[in-house]
Design a protein around this ligand. Structure first.
Ligand code: SF4
Length: 437
């Protein structure tokens, strides 16, 4: 899933687990996925299945089926719902068996344990904690690398920016394989900023928040690299980060554990009370760790990324929506994130640092349950809001991707661009009029 897969693989290699990232978006994978999946539902599943079967097919040609089955484990993080993602593992198992890989194991952490179960078997609790910290550091650093790339890419020779990104990413991977300290990662960040700063640009295009379903949002080949299309339309993109998902899972697990402790207390269920307390302690340590590492690692990037991030902290976002009666964090899954971002931008609740987001480009897989809820909910919120603020511009585009491309996407992006420029202009002329961002 974008560069974060390379980060996860590097962290596993620190533990001498020979982890590799599957080649993605291959012709072979495309065909094999469609051999098994005949509907447009859950496009990411086609991506996951295609990448896996495509790679195994190549390896089978090279090594033979038996060698492949005994050589590989497929790492697929999972969840217990509420959408179809909760059944990806069973579905992939089904297709693997169908393709003759019945003995090829599938493993991976789950949201239920807050992804605290990455390593199993011979690894100690200490190993679990260390790889957790390494992964969080790596993801936060890779988000910053993606961010600085998107900050400069619209204004500079794309190939040079991509080349530098690849160099810095390779360096980051090696740091993680070596089990780097926070100090070493700060130094990596300072050097990254120094190297990117040679791409100075006076001009700044309107900022577009790129939100939506995590797989499509982070894995550009499966949106036909629509981010680059936005940049070609002279827009600067702010992608919602990978760590946002880990932060969200941690916060909702914390909220649910609080409820568990309260219930156990009310029912004098001491075993569950102390079990909940232990879980809550682990979750709180992780909650604090994410915030600490984000603060330390983002420091060298503050100046160059100034104005790009203006969303409130995760717990504030969740609580704001609940207080407003717009949505509730007990409804798990990504919907609340997409709805929350529109709500806080719509009501000008974003951070004070914002130069201001000029528009929201919301991506999702065709027929995705969560993103469908986001679109339905936010369309209503915006319509209500526009009745009270008829003069204010608030550009939002819902772009869905699947096998059959949207024939109007280019035209929709052209209109969206004009609206973003209009909003940027109005924000400069009359900041009080455009409370968004
Ligand atoms: S998030 Fe959307 S696309 Fe992904 S599994 Fe759930 S419903 Fe399907």
């Amino acid at each position: 899933m974008g560069i974060s897969s390379r980060i996860a693989a590097a962290c596993l290699r620190h533990y001498k687990i020979d982890a590799i990232v599957l080649p993605t978006n291959t012709r072979e994978g495309y065909e094999l996925a469609r051999k098994h999946i005949h509907t447009e539902v859950c496009h990411p599943l086609k991506g996951v299945v295609g990448d896996l079967l495509g790679f195994l097919e190549q390896e089978k040609q090279r090594l033979g089926q038996e060698a492949v089955t005994s050589r590989y484990v497929f790492i697929l993080p999972t969840t217990d719902g509420p959408c179809r993602f909760g059944k990806y593992r069973e579905t992939v198992r089904f297709f693997l068996d169908d393709e003759g890989y019945a003995d090829l194991p599938i493993a991976g952490p789950t949201t239920k344990t807050d992804y605290l179960d990455i390593l199993s078997g011979k690894y100690t609790a200490r190993d679990q904690m260390t790889i957790q910290k390494l992964l969080l550091r790596g993801l936060i650093a890779s988000d910053l690398l993606d961010d600085i790339t998107l900050r400069y890419r619209p204004y500079c020779p794309k190939d040079q920016i991509e080349q530098l990104k690849e160099l810095r990413l390779t360096e980051l991977e090696q740091c993680l394989v070596d089990g780097c300290s926070v100090r070493e990662l700060v130094a990596w960040g300072q050097e990254t900023v120094r190297q990117f700063s040679r791409f100075q640009s006076a001009e700044r295009f309107p900022l577009v928040l790129y939100s939506g379903e995590i797989y499509m949002r982070m894995h550009d080949p499966y949106t036909n690299n629509v981010i680059e299309k936005l940049e070609e339309n002279r827009l600067e993109v702010v992608r919602c980060s990978m760590i946002e998902w880990f932060d969200y899972i941690n916060c909702t697990n914390l909220l649910q554990t609080r409820c568990r402790i309260a219930t156990a207390l009310k029912t004098f269920d001491w075993r569950d009370f102390f079990g909940g307390l232990a879980a809550w302690t682990k979750l709180t340590v992780k909650y604090a760790y994410i915030r600490h590492i984000r603060k330390v690692l983002s420091k060298p990037f503050h100046e160059v990324l100034n104005g790009r991030h203006s969303l409130p902290p995760m717990m504030t976002l969740l609580k704001t929506l609940e207080t407003a009666g717009e949505f509730h964090s007990s409804v798990s899954g990504e919907s609340i994130l997409g709805i929350g971002m529109v709500y806080v931008l719509l009501h000008g609740l974003s951070g004070r640092h914002g130069r201001g987001i000029s528009g929201i480009f919301h991506v999702g897989p065709f027929t995705c349950m969560h993103e469908g809820v986001v679109t339905a909910k936010t369309e209503g919120m915006i319509r209500r809001w526009r009745k009270q603020h008829p003069d204010v511009v608030f550009p939002v585009i819902d772009a869905y991707f699947g096998d059959s491309p949207n024939p109007n996407l280019d035209a929709e992006i052209a209109i969206f661009r004009e609206q973003c420029y209009q909003k940027q202009y109005l924000a400069a002329q009359q900041p009080e009029l455009v409370s968004v961002g």
